[in-house]
Design a protein around this ligand. Structure first.
Ligand SMILES: [Zn+2]
Length: 164
């Protein structure tokens, strides 16, 4: 087990998803790379009414996976806040903070999701699962298929066939 100190800032730079993210801890073990991040936002926007909130409700942690690094799967613990919505007209009283790099309820960062979808669209799902496993991304072919089915089909602006 090797603990990465604050001196080795290059590893920490990998997890600076935005200016509110503070990398608290990183740890490399033989089987994985772990990181703990604090999100220190000064305010958050209610997803329902779009009002800005300055009041914390509570703090909670999410465990998510990120892009693998040098053959190590990456597991991140993200500590972030729930916020009060003080808009009296809003039905939402407490909301979870939204991040532009991690979708609500997702267990994978957006950049990892993007890679998985790219591999899934480039291969059949069985092959995509094998490729992901080689890259140290833990995902089943069913989960890849679910992502492909969820994707909106791109509608071409013009018909690719010549009109008669
Ligand atoms: Zn609101």
């Amino acid at each position: 087990m090797a603990v990465i100190s604050m001196v080795n800032s290059s590893i920490e730079e990998l997890f600076k998803f935005d200016q509110n993210v503070e990398v608290v801890h990183t740890l490399i073990e033989p089987d994985a790379l772990y990181a703990v991040l604090n999100v220190n936002s000064k305010y958050a926007q209610c997803p329902e009414c779009k009002h800005l909130s300055l009041r914390h409700h509570s703090q909670y942690a999410r465990k998510v996976d990120d892009l693998p690094v040098s053959g190590h799967p990456v597991h991140i613990t993200v500590c972030l806040h729930k916020w009060f919505c003080d808009n009296k007209d809003c039905t939402t009283k407490v909301f979870t903070e939204r991040l532009n790099w991690l979708s609500p309820s997702s267990r994978k960062t957006d950049r990892l999701e993007k890679l998985i979808r790219h591999v899934g669209f480039s291969n059949n799902c069985m092959a995509a699962e094998k490729i992901c496993r080689k890259m140290r991304i833990s995902i089943s072919h069913d989960a890849i298929l679910y992502r492909i089915k969820k994707e909106e089909p791109i509608q071409p602006k013009e018909c690719p066939f010549r009109r008669h």
